[in-house]
Structures are given as C-alpha cells and as structure tokens.
Design a protein around this ligand. Structure first.
Ligand code: G6P
Ligand code: ZN
Length: 624
C-alpha cells in the first residue's frame, strides 16, 4: 500500500533514525531539455518524458537556481505529491538534490503523499510556517501511469504556486543549464511510515563538531491540514447534521490523494462510516481512470447521486443519497452534487458566498473582505457580492492570481484576507491556504446544509437542490456550460482563436460597443462587447494579456473562448457559455434544462468560431 493510515491525528514525536551518509554534492554535467516551460500549474508532461535522463533533475535544479541566492541554505522544503506513478522515485531524487543544494530538512508526507491544499497548509502552518516552499508532484486531474501524465510545480513561502515571473525565470534557466548538483549517495528513505531520518556527513575531519546534517522528516499527511480545517469550520454543527437519520453522504476520492484526507476529515473528525467513502485508496494510475471530478469522469458518483451525464435528475434520483462530492487527483478540485442535482462550480461559489457568515474562519475575521472569480466563471457570485456590498475581482484562469490578492493590502491599506474565490473548473477555496481546496468546499457545503436544516423535522430535510433553487429565486440563475475540445491539433486551435480575434476586430472597426450592440443574424442576440481579456494585477501591477476572447451580449449572456494551459498533448479549446435569467422571470424560465437554455448561444459559438471546420471535430470531447 502507498500509505499506512494511522487513524485520526497523531501526536508525539515520530521515530528518529540517525545515520551517516555522504552528503557532499556531486556535480553532474547536463544539457538542456527543450520545452520545460511551466503552464498554468507547473510543468506537465507524459511520465516517460519525465523519466528521460536528467529531465526531472534539470527542472529541479532550475527551480533551485531561480530562488533568491542563499534561500535554500539551511532551509526546510516540502516535497510530496498525489501518489501518481513515478511520485516515489521522483521524491527520492529530489531529496538527494535538496541535500546537494543546501537544504537542511525535507518534509515528505507518509507514502510520498500530500494533497495540493495540504502542501499549502504544511508550508504555512507547520512549526509556525518555517518551510521555504514546496515541490508538488502532480498533474492534478490528468490521468497517471507509465503512459500518462506527471507534473511538478513549485510553491513559494506563502504556500501558493510561484508567480509567472518566477516560472519564467525557471524556464529560462532550463535553457542554459549545464550541470546539476545531487547527493546521490544519500540512501533511499523509507516513506511508508512517519519518522525522522537524520543523515550526518561522514566526511569532514577537523571541524568535526560542525559536521553537516540533512534530514528527511516523513510526516503525517493529514495532520496540519485537519488542524487547519478545525479552525475553519463549526465541526459540531456539521456533526449534528450528519447524525440525522435522513442525512446521507457519499464521497468519491477518484483513487487520488483525496482518499486519506476524506477518511481523516469525514470519518475521523465528523464520524461518518467508512462506507461513505468510494475510491478512497490512492492508486498510482488512479485505477486507470481520469481523476477529474466532473459529470463525465466521475460518472459512478454521478449515477449514484441520481444525476444524468447532462446534469439533470435521473429516474433513480429519489433513492439517491442527500449529498455527494468528489475531488480530483491532488484533491484541490471538487464537485458537489445533491439528490438528482448537480451544482455548477460557479453556482457553488455563489452559494458559499451567500452563506459565508456561517463559516467561522470568515466570521471570526469580521466577515469576508472580498470575493474573486476567474473570468470564464459565471457571474452568479457577482450578484451576491453586489448584494452584500463586497469588493469583487475578476482574474485570469489560474489560482495563483487569487493568491496575490489574498496577500495584498489594497483598499487603502486594508487586507483582502479572508477572501473567497472560485473557478468554473471545479475549484473553490479561501485564504485559509493558497490553493483551491476540495475538502474545504465539501465542508462549506455541509455547513450550508446544516444551517438550512437546523429546524427541519426528520424526514423533511432540505436538500442541495432546494437550497440552490432558493438561491436562484432570489438572485436569478446563470445557466452555464463548458464545451471542451481536447487534444486538438495546435495549429487548428490557434486558427480558431485567430478567427475570433478577427471577429472582435471587425466588431470594433464597425464602431460597435455597449452603446451600439451588433445584432447577430437571426439568433436574437446582440453583441455588446467583443474583446480579449487582459488582466492588470492590482497588487504587483503585472499585466497578463490574451486571457481569452470574450463575447458579451446585451442581455448579459457571455461566450468565452480560450486555450487550456494545463493539457500535455496538442491543444484544448474551451468554450464557456453563460446566459442569465433574472429572478423576476416566470418560474419555468428558472427551471429549464441547461442545454435548452443555452441552445441559441451554442449555435452562435460554433458558427462564429468555426471550431468544427477548423479542427476537424464534430463535437466536443467533454461538456461540463
Ligand atoms: C488548474 C488550475 C486552475 C485552472 C485550471 C484550468 O486546475 O489550478 O486554476 O482554472 O487548471 O486550467 P485550463 O488552463 O486547463 O483551463
Ligand atoms: Zn488538481
């Protein structure tokens, strides 16, 4: 097994193993590998690419070389991953390289496992936040295995992913690297059990008293994270809900690293039976699956919850559990389901915003300071922010942009922490860490359910669908869908985007704009803005260009086109579709099937982009 769970939290010092070892670095000549350019979330490639001689080593050395001079000397570094194939081998190599580059101590989760949010928590919280940063080995929701994906990303001292300036520097360094340093006589460390492995340099006569040591501390992966969640949520309120006879929960770990966390939180903390946990044993290949919590890839959970692949209620809905959730391979994404009901990630964010006062982490800090969403995420949360008078930020795709806001002092010196943020790509979280956080979202939803059911009689439980429908009745509904064309030819994808830039240029040339919308054929839609999203970071003033072509319509509908930054082969085109229905609309207009509500926009998107003609595809690979 990848992991021996010790059941619940662990206290006391772990076993100490002291040995001598050759720590002196060996300098290994190397040559640059092409294409080591990190994407939205680090460097992701096929595992076989990572297994090429010096491939991982070059990238890790380039990270180390790009850090501020001397920062690694005597430092503590977190190194762990989501348990996918090659994780354990890569960790051993990185430990040897850390030793050679001056690091004094590496923290590795038992089994080499730490979820992405847990890495963030360990960097920020463990021993008061002494770690200098972390190397996270994951390709997130991409499949794993010898023929699938591997990935590596660097998180900085605030616990969040490094910003573009740093990843650009790393990329530049990979192009000129001529050697790396490794203490390759450091013995392999047993990662299967929590322990401190302290290695003392064997050489170094003379000043023997000052002999160098290097430590690998294998830590309990859930310890710091669970302690943090206890501070975030009212666990008693959630326990009360979960004790109800008419309450039932299913959590799908998708064979990723979420499993041990779900076990520690849902069973250990909240007392749910382990029968609630599905696919919660981490597997190097995610059991051959695609560990992405959406309607397509989490089909087993979706079926269990009585939801159709299109997100509607299936005939089996009435006997489905009350609450279902899933997380991705590294446990930062989440999907929330009710009995026969799918909550879009954009709605999930809006609902959590509307209930934020119930989350002690926010309430104890005097309430939320702001909310943020990525540009393609629906505008549902905007309406909650407006109603609550909260500052609102729209950022490019990528969680790192939220991290910048969380650590900032804007608004005349006031902090934006606590900040709530989310993305349409099944990411939700807050400033409790600097990553999105799958289990955090689950607890936020259980909090919402607990509140709505404080007084409800047993047998009359108010479910997820009821709560979301109440929300729509108050704020209106943002119908939303995303079409993905995965693994298309990169040239074809580029031509789709070029074409759309042309549409946008023509629109502007013809003098159209919000005051002079352009009616589009017989679609009944009038285009009010056609541009390419560009983000001016209010904190570091950096500018991110070409973050997606936006078509904004006079009635508030939107179509957005962008290329994914997280794929590993070819290109992925994403088309985001959104239509707003105000709360004042007739009730049946708030209860349409998403596909019906969006049909005119979908046709328009296909026509304007010529995506099928230019890519040779006749349908999206995934609709979420
Ligand atoms: C990762 C990032 C997210 C991002 C998502 C989609 O999960 O952490 O912040 O939203 O990828 O990125 P993509 O470029 O594939 O649309
Ligand atoms: Zn992920």
């Amino acid at each position: 097994p990848l992991l021996r769970l010790s059941g619940g939290s662990v206290s006391g010092a772990s076993a100490l193993q002291q040995r001598t070892a050759v720590l002196a670095p060996r300098v290994v000549p190397t040559e640059p590998h092409e294409g080591q350019k990190p994407g939205t979330s680090g460097l992701r490639k096929k595992t076989k690419v990572f297994q090429r001689p010096n491939y991982l080593e070059n990238f890790v050395q380039s990270i180390f070389d790009s850090l501020p001079e001397g920062q690694l000397n005597g430092a503590t570094l977190v190194v762990s991953g989501d348990g996918r194939y090659h994780n354990a081998a890569a960790i051993q190599t990185i430990c040897q390289m850390a030793a050679a580059n001056g690091v004094a101590r590496v923290w590795v989760g038992v089994g080499g496992l730490l979820s992405t949010p847990a890495v963030s928590a360990v960097i920020r919280e463990r021993e008061g936040g002494v770690a200098v940063g972390g190397i996270v080995l994951t390709a997130s929701h991409n499949p794993g295995g010898p023929d699938e994906d591997f990935g590596i990303k660097y998180n900085v001292q605030n616990g969040g992913p490094a910003l573009e300036a740093f990843t650009d520097a790393v990329h530049k360094r990979t192009n000129t690297l001529s050697e790396y340093r490794i203490s390759d006589q450091l013995p392999e460390v047993d990662l299967s059990i929590a322990a401190r492995h302290v290695f003392t340099e064997v050489t170094g006569e003379g000043a023997a008293a000052a002999k160098r040591t290097f430590e690998v501390e294998v830590i309990e992966p859930t310890e710091d994270y669970v302690a943090l969640l206890r501070r975030c949520f009212d666990m008693d309120a959630i326990r009360t809900l979960l004790r109800r006879e008419d309450m039932s929960v299913v959590f799908d770990g998708m064979h990723g690293v979420a499993g041990p966390y779900a076990k520690a939180v849902l069973c250990g903390e909240l007392g749910l039976p382990s029968s609630c946990l599905h696919h919660c044993e981490p597997s190097e290949t995610f059991n051959g699956g695609h560990p992405d919590p959406n309607l397509v890839y989490a089909h087993e959970l979706v079926a269990t919850m009585g939801v159709t692949a299109a997100g509607g209620a299936a005939p089996s809905a009435s006997s489905a559990p009350v609450f279902g959730a899933a997380a991705d391979g590294d446990a930062d994404r989440n999907m929330i389901l009710g009995r026969g009901f799918f909550v879009t990630p954009s709605d999930s964010l809006a609902l959590i915003a509307a209930h934020a006062h119930l989350i002690p982490w926010f309430a104890n800090a005097g309430g939320l300071k702001a909310v943020a969403r990525s540009m393609p995420t629906s505008g549902a949360v905007d309406r909650v922010a407006a109603a609550q008078g909260l500052p609102f930020f729209e950022t490019p795709t990528g969680w790192k942009f939220f991290g910048n806001l969380m650590d900032s002092r804007l608004l005349g010196g006031a902090t934006l922490d606590p900040l709530l943020c989310g993305e349409e790509s099944f990411g939700t979280g807050s400033s409790h860490v600097r990553e999105k956080d799958g289990l955090w979202a689950v607890l936020a939803w259980l909090t919402i359910l607990a509140e709505h059911n404080r007084q409800t009689p047993i047998g009359a439980l108010v479910g997820v669908g009821d709560i979301v429908r109440q929300h729509w009745a108050h704020f209106g509904r943002n119908y939303y869908a995303r079409y993905d064309y995965e693994g298309v030819d990169a040239n074809g994808a580029a031509r789709v985007l070029e074409r759309l830039r042309g549409v946008s240029a023509m629109f502007t040339l013809a003098g159209h704009g919000p005051d002079r919308p352009q009616p589009l054929g017989t679609s009944g839609c009038a285009l009010a803005t056609a541009d390419e999203f560009e983000y001016h970071d209010p904190v570091d003033k950096s500018v991110s260009k070409r973050q997606g072509v936006r078509l904004l319509f006079a009635d508030g509908s939107r179509i957005i086109f962008r290329l994914s930054g997280t794929g590993s082969v070819g290109a992925t085109i994403r088309i985001y579709l959104e239509r707003y229905m105000p709360a004042t609309a007739p009730a049946e207009q708030l209860a349409l099937e998403t596909a019906d509500a969006l049909a005119p926009l979908i046709n328009l998107a296909l026509e304007l982009s010529q995506v099928h003609e230019l890519t040779g595809r006749d349908a999206p690979t995934v609709i979420t």
